[in-house]
Write a protein that binds this ligand. Structure first.
Ligand code: ATR
Length: 286
């Protein structure tokens, strides 16, 4: 019987319990996924000791503990080290092993939606908009997957430079301003919006104009509240391909579940169900 949990605050409305219970069901595994809401003033250290006693197999970590948990983790995987944040913890021989599944989850979600990209990784021009934690994870995962041309455009160039310092041999990354990429948008096959611009409650904003977008491009937005951001709606209106942020949520969870159970559960139907839940058309059946 698997025991999983989520640590964070506030987490009452988290979708992780729904996602992981679906995975348990689909994977024909017995288990539970608990919410462990931890107000900031409670001791994280004591809580982790309690989790050890409770024979937990693994847990997810969310705001505000993704960085704060690092001192208590015994081993960090490469992604978690590079991103500087942990969202998944595995208990192995009574030690805590920390992972970050966001970047790899993102690339999985993108390539699942557009399988032709897999064969074109070394050729396609990719643009990342934004240079926060999410952009960092996505940049690193794209590089590890074999993408070679990845530009970064951000309001503050020094933040983009910090991400580009992760650049591996053979990878070409140029730092651009937002207005530069607005003008040269047609050069990019994949455009990934990683900032919170357009997120509820301020949904009438886009990070850049899509005036110069062509129909061949794939436009991706990691914002999933709303599912269809203004950015994606404009891309769709231009006839471009779109990739929705809620699918990243599912694939990062799929990878976390895989770390805990060694089982990759197929996600068929879950993206549509999640969309309905997020749009309030369906109630979560915990
Ligand atoms: P996360 O860790 O979730 O990615 P973050 O670290 O707060 O979030 O990163 C936010 C990103 O969104 C940054 O790239 C930020 O730009 P700056 O580096 O210039 O701060 C970008 N961002 C946020 N609001 C923005 C806005 N209104 N216009 C342009 N970029 C914005």
């Amino acid at each position: 019987m698997y025991q999983f949990a989520l640590i964070g605050y506030p987490i009452k409305h988290s979708l992780s319990p729904w996602i992981h219970r679906q995975f348990l069901h689909k994977g024909h595994l017995k288990g539970e996924y608990h919410l462990m809401e931890l107000a900031e003033d409670q001791s994280l250290h004591k809580h982790l000791e309690r989790l050890q006693e409770q024979s937990i197999h693994g847990f997810n970590v969310t705001v505000p503990y993704k960085q704060k948990i690092i001192p208590y983790i015994d081993m960090l995987d490469e992604e978690a080290k590079v991103i500087g944040a942990v969202n998944t913890v595995l208990r192995e021989n009574n030690k805590w092993k920390g992972f970050n599944t966001d970047g790899i989850g993102y690339v999985r979600s993108l390539e699942q939606a557009f399988p032709q990209l897999e064969a074109e990784r070394e050729k396609v021009n990719v643009l990342i908009l934004g240079a926060g934690g999410a952009a960092r994870g996505i940049y690193y995962a794209l590089m590890n997957a074999g993408y070679l041309y990845i530009d970064i455009a951000n309001r503050t160039p020094s933040h983009a430079k910090a991400i580009a310092s992760l650049q591996k041999t053979g990878v070409k990354t140029r730092i651009k301003t937002l207005s530069e990429v607005e003008a040269s948008l047609s050069k990019y096959k994949v455009i990934i919006q990683t900032t919170s611009v357009g997120m509820k409650p301020v949904t009438d904003q886009t990070i850049i104009s899509l005036c110069n977008l062509t129909q061949e491009s794939i436009v991706s937005d990691i914002v999933y509240q709303p599912i269809e951001t203004k950015f994606l709606a404009e891309a769709k209106a231009k006839g471009a391909y779109v990739h929705y942020g809620h699918t990243m949520l599912l694939y990062q969870a799929q990878y976390a579940f895989e770390i805990w159970t060694n089982k990759r559960v197929p996600l068929d139907g879950m993206a549509d169900e999640l969309k309905q839940i997020l749009e309030g058309e369906s109630h979560v059946n915990w």
